[in-house]
Design a protein around this ligand. Structure first.
Ligand code: SF4
Length: 233
């Protein structure tokens, strides 16, 4: 599979925020989010073809327990299923980050699913070339239902990038179609959109107030606050 980068960092989002982790970033994505912060794995995919064993060898250079398989969209690569199985044999705690539009029968400790709301559609990028395909692909209820039901996934969290108040209504209409997701059983994180610390701080204050009144969990983006919009951190 094509790998964009493998690096040691700390988890910047979700319930394992701050956890030292090795990140395996696959390259290539079936979506084109307007605000994508890893365009080198989506809009302009770059990377090197690597075998599962070669990836495991690089992961083994680091002594941390947590491994995050991310992208791009990892599930466009069939070999990700074998990669996860091999990592589990090494007693790693595996997080899979996905947009929830593609399904493979994969066994992981945490599925971190980030469905894309309409604020992601790239109407103004590259003349809107990808807008139609993105819009028709970004939400897949049957696939998200599989993520919610799979017994091979031990735990799951749902992360939404929120740009404006109407995004909450859109998210709740979506969640109403997924009765398997309840706030008692699953973590739902609302994250501000932004690629630098100042932007995140400004939008985060607004979003934190909204989380207080609506009962959702605020989702920090620690890696951007700490390092800015850089690769390999
Ligand atoms: S799904 Fe993720 S990697 Fe793909 S375009 Fe959207 S933000 Fe970028």
């Amino acid at each position: 599979m094509i790998i964009s980068e493998i690096f040691l960092s700390i988890q910047g989002e979700g319930q394992w925020l701050g956890m030292p982790s090795v990140f395996i970033r696959t390259s290539g994505c079936n979506l084109r989010c307007r605000w994508c912060d890893t365009p080198y794995a989506s809009w302009n995919p770059q990377g090197t073809e690597m075998s599962v064993q070669a990836i495991l060898d690089q992961v083994a250079r680091h002594s941390v327990e947590h491994v995050v398989i991310t992208g791009g969209e990892p599930l466009i690569h069939a070999e990700v299923v074998e990669l996860a199985a091999q990592l589990k044999l090494q007693q790693k705690y595996i997080t899979l980050e996905t947009a929830g539009t593609l399904w493979r029968d994969i066994s992981v400790d945490l599925a971190s699913i980030s469905p894309k709301l309409s604020n992601s559609t790239p109407h103004d990028r590259q003349g809107g070339t990808f807008a139609k395909a993105h819009e028709s692909t970004r939400i897949d209820i049957p696939t998200m239902t599989q993520f919610a039901r799979s017994t091979a996934i031990k735990n799951r969290q749902w992360k939404f990038v929120i740009c404006r108040p109407e995004d909450i209504t859109e998210m709740e209409v979506l969640l109403a179609q997924l009765p398997e997701i309840t706030r008692q059983q699953d973590n739902i994180f609302l994250m501000p959109e932004g690629i630098d610390a100042a932007e995140l701080q400004k939008k985060g204050v607004w979003l934190a107030e909204l989380c207080k009144t609506r009962g959702y969990r605020f989702g920090a983006r620690l890696h951007i606050s700490l390092y800015g919009n850089q690769r390999g951190v």
